[in-house]
Structure formats: structure tokens, C-alpha cells
Design a binder for this molecule. Structure first.
Ligand code: HEC
Length: 242
């Protein structure tokens, strides 16, 4: 019946019966071609999935960075903080990470470092390392609380490297390069280690070393005049917003 139908449409039915090798060849090549097609489709699927994921991640990161416009007053989203932190930790060379602090935690070195910190770092980081200052709160990313494990878990070498080189795309300046800067930076590392145990007297002592603006100097002069018995100047108290 099939033979007849095949003959009717002009098939050479003998071909099916007699040319077994040729038929095998025809089948295998069809199989090969079809398996190539499925491999091709699989690869296409993987590329598509990767593309969709990449676009999705890009949109999520973009949205996460652009929330609240580009204002520095926002708090970074968890996603953004994660990328920022890991990017800068990864950027610290491993040789720097393993460096050993050559400075001893002597009272003298700690005092020198706390004076230095009060003068150069406290405007952003606060004397107690909390970051609770006008500049600290206005920066983005904000300085982290240096007393917390996130900072304390960094190695001495990592802290040193950050102080010397700063952190790109953030308010953290590089303090390295000057004469004696390395010794000073290592002493600052000692002081950062000391921050979690900072006593109130030490913190108050640092206030003398904090940079002063004209308002503070006026206030101090008034106080001195008052304590010295001179009549306090009659002037409206300067309005402080911070
Ligand atoms: C103008 C503001 C500013 C000043 C001044 C400043 N910092 Fe920073 N600092 C920052 C900011 C902002 C960060 C957070 C950077 C980031 O997100 O990675 C930071 C980060 C750090 C870190 C890394 C903490 C961590 O957990 O990643 C250390 C250590 C540090 N500062 C030490 C210092 C020392 C020591 C000084 C003074 C010599 C100083 N900083 C002065 C703004 C400042």
C-alpha cells in the first residue's frame, strides 16, 4: 500500500529497500544537524538568560544608586553599601594588607595620634570616631563608626593603607606623601584601635586640638573676658544650626 502510494508520487521505492548505507548516512546527518540546532538553541538560551540577569542587576544597582537623586543626604541602600565596601576592600593590595605596625602603643604615641586625629580627622569622624559631625552626616558615603567591628576587623595594614591613600569616590582624603607621614599614619592606626576604649577625659582633651572657626574663637574670647572679670561683650549670640 505504502509502496504503491510512493510509486504514485514518483518515489524510487527501490532506494528504500536497496540502499541501506545511503539511508543510514541520511539519518545520521539529520541527527547531527538537529543536535547542532539544539546545542545552538541552548547556547542562545544561556546568552539570553545572562543578558536578562545583567540588565536586571544593572537596573537594580542604578535604581539603588539614584534613589533620592544624587543627593549626599541619603543613606546608601544595602546593595550599594555592599558594592562600595567590597570594591574598596578588594582594591587594597594584599601586600599592604599584611603589613605590620612598627609603632608601639605607648602613651606618647597615642597622645600624638589623638592630637593629630583631633586636628585632621575629627571634622568628619568626630573625636570619638562615631562620625557624628556636621561634615560626617553630610557626606555620601558617610564615614563609618570607626569603633564598630566593620572597621576594627580590618587589618593594621588595611587601616594604614586607607589613611595613606584615601578612598576614591568618597570624602576620605589621602594623607600620605608628606614627610614622616608613614609614622604618623601608623600612630593613627594605634589610635583607631584605641577608639573603642576612649575615655571621656581623653575625648574632652581632644577638643582643645579641634580646628576652630571664628565663631568658636569669639566664644572663647567672651569666656576668657568673663572669667578674667572684664564685662562680657553685648552681642546677640551667633545662631548655630548644627
Ligand atoms: C573630609 C572628611 C574626612 C576626613 C577629614 C577624614 N575622613 Fe576618614 N573617611 C571619610 C569617609 C567619608 C570614609 C568612608 C569611605 C568609604 O565609604 O569607604 C572614611 C573612611 C575612613 C576609614 C575606613 C573605615 C572603614 O571601615 O572602611 C578610616 C580608617 C579613616 N577614614 C581614617 C581617617 C583618619 C585617620 C583621618 C585623619 C587623618 C580621616 N579618616 C580623615 C571621611 C573623612
Amino acid at each position: 500500500m505504502r509502496r504503491r502510494a510512493a510509486a504514485a508520487v514518483g518515489f524510487d521505492t527501490d532506494f528504500y529497500n536497496k540502499s541501506q548505507p545511503l539511508r543510514d548516512l541520511a539519518y545520521t546527518s539529520v541527527e547531527q544537524v538537529s543536535s547542532k540546532i539544539t546545542i545552538g538553541m541552548k547556547r542562545g538560551h544561556i546568552i539570553l538568560i545572562v543578558l536578562v540577569l545583567a540588565v536586571g542587576i544593572a537596573i537594580a544597582v542604578g535604581a539603588s544608586i539614584l534613589h533620592n537623586g544624587l543627593s549626599a543626604r541619603a543613606t546608601p541602600t544595602a546593595l550599594e553599601a555592599f558594592f562600595a565596601q567590597h570594591a574598596h576592600r578588594l582594591s587594597i593590595p594584599s601586600a599592604a594588607r599584611n603589613m605590620h605596625n612598627p609603632m608601639q602603643a605607648s602613651a606618647e604615641n597615642l597622645k600624638a595620634a589623638s592630637d593629630h586625629f583631633a586636628d585632621h580627622c575629627s571634622s568628619c569622624h568626630a573625636n570619638d570616631g562615631s562620625g557624628d559631625t556636621m561634615y560626617g552626616k553630610g557626606l555620601y558615603p558617610k564615614p563609618p563608626d570607626l569603633r564598630q567591628s566593620e572597621t576594627q576587623n580590618l587589618s593594621d595594614g588595611e587601616l594604614f593603607w586607607i589613611i595613606e591613600n584615601g578612598v576614591r569616590f568618597t570624602g576620605m582624603p589621602a594623607f600620605g606623601g608628606g614627610r614622616g607621614s608613614e609614622d604618623d599614619s601608623w600612630k593613627l592606626v594605634l589610635f583607631i584601635r584605641h577608639l573603642p576604649q576612649l575615655r571621656d577625659e581623653e575625648r574632652l582633651d581632644m577638643e582643645k586640638m579641634n580646628p576652630k572657626g571664628p565663631d568658636d574663637r569669639d566664644e572663647e574670647k567672651d569666656e576668657d573676658d568673663f572669667l578674667g572679670g572684664a564685662p562680657a561683650q553685648q552681642k546677640a549670640p551667633a545662631e548655630h544650626h548644627h
